[in-house]
Design a protein around this ligand. Structure first.
Ligand code: UT7
Length: 329
């Protein structure tokens, strides 16, 4: 029996930073940001850590499903901004939620974090290792963004999204197929060099800005356009899905131009492509669960809808998932 998503919720911090904020101190403009990225505003968590972005979403997710927190047996946190290098954020989330007898781990795959974790979670549930798995995709990107660099500052935001993964009650509905890939060729173009074992923190790593995210935008852009579209088309092909069969493309939200190019290559009209990058910017592991949560809340996701989830991120990491929407109801 496949696994499926039985509940979904998200959290964004209240503080909004619009493009005028960046115009006030950087050599940039609202027009440049909107036309090049599609972003109008993003949310920043002023105090707290990534687990604080997860907890409100996790509580809502559990409450919506109508179960006791203790029924959760596994927690996975997809993030590149863990509260600490260790202990893992899954342990912190467990403790803050007060759930007993649960195990879990963090998963690092940058912007593909949610999709990689979703496939991992589905495998755990299908095999019977986990029965009720809380999957969290969250990033406090403001913790690793250089706000003096106009090429990076305007891109990112903070958010958290959670889903509950359980066995589907219908063998034809739920998480049905995936294609995932890592390719270390991406290291020079998208990374944070400091703080790990290669470059432990010291004065020099701080001076060299190694504790901030670095991205060669153009190179990553080109790779992302090809990667997201190729993987999405391949998963359509091997599941005999034509453009008209796809109800929703759920793309990672890094750049509206990448999203549109992917939708176009899949032959989808814009109204079948989920976009909320205008409000939140790139929130890394949170973008896809946030889209699912907002569209579910708006009543736009119907039982049996064909969804293609697609992502591209640091690594490089690339992923596409095919699911038929079903919340076991
Ligand atoms: O989520 C993980 C994966 N990440 C992605 O998929 C992101 C991929 N990359 C992108 O989305 C885009 O490359 C960016 C949005 C990051 C940049 O857009 P771009 O169209 O590729 O711009 P560019 O880097 O080629 O820069 C064009 C010009 C440059 O000036 P010159 O050299 O032509 O004079 C930049 O210095 O735009 C300049 N520029 C800016 N100007 C105003 C860069 N950032 C800004 C800015 N405001 N904020």
């Amino acid at each position: 029996m496949p696994a499926t998503i039985t509940s979904v919720a998200h959290y964004v911090p209240p503080d909004i930073y619009d493009n005028a904020f960046f115009e006030s101190y950087l050599d940039t403009s609202n027009e440049w940001i909107v036309t090049r990225t599609g972003i109008s505003e993003r949310r920043i968590l002023k105090q707290g850590a990534t687990s604080d972005l997860i907890i409100p979403a996790a509580k809502e997710c559990i409450e919506k499903r109508g179960i006791e927190p203790d029924e959760i047996d596994t927690i996975i946190v997809a993030t590149v901004t863990p509260d600490y290098l260790f202990p893992n954020t899954a342990s912190i989330v467990q403790h803050k939620l007060g759930i007993k007898n649960v195990w879990g781990f963090d998963l690092s795959a940058a912007c593909s974090g949610f999709i990689f974790a979703l496939v991992t979670a589905a495998g755990l549930v299908e095999s019977g290792i986990s029965k009720k798995l809380l999957l969290c995709g969250a990033d406090k990107m403001s913790a690793i963004t250089d706000y003096s660099d106009r090429t990076q500052a305007i891109l990112f935001g903070d958010a958290g999204g959670c889903v509950l993964i359980e066995k589907s009650k219908d063998p034809n509905l739920g998480i049905l197929d995936h294609i995932l890939q890592v390719d270390g060729v991406g290291l020079p173009y998208l990374h944070m060099l400091g703080g790990g074992s290669a470059n432990p923190a010291n004065h020099e790593t701080v001076e060299k800005k190694y504790h901030y995210l670095y991205q060669d935008g153009q190179t990553v852009f080109k790779a992302a356009v090809v990667g997201m579209a190729d993987f999405s088309l391949e998963i359509m092909r091997r599941n005999n899905l034509k453009s008209e069969d796809v109800d929703w493309l759920v793309p990672h939200q890094a750049n509206l131009r990448i999203i549109s190019a992917t939708g176009n290559r899949m032959g989808l009209p814009p109204e079948k492509v989920m976009v909320n990058i205008d409000k939140y910017g790139n929130t890394t592991a949170a973008t896809i669960p946030m889209c699912l949560s907002e569209w579910h809340q708006a009543g736009k996701l119907k039982k049996g809808h064909n969804l293609i989830l697609a992502s591209f991120g640091a690594g490089y990491t690339v992923g596409a998932v095919y699911m038929k929407w079903y919340m076991n109801d």
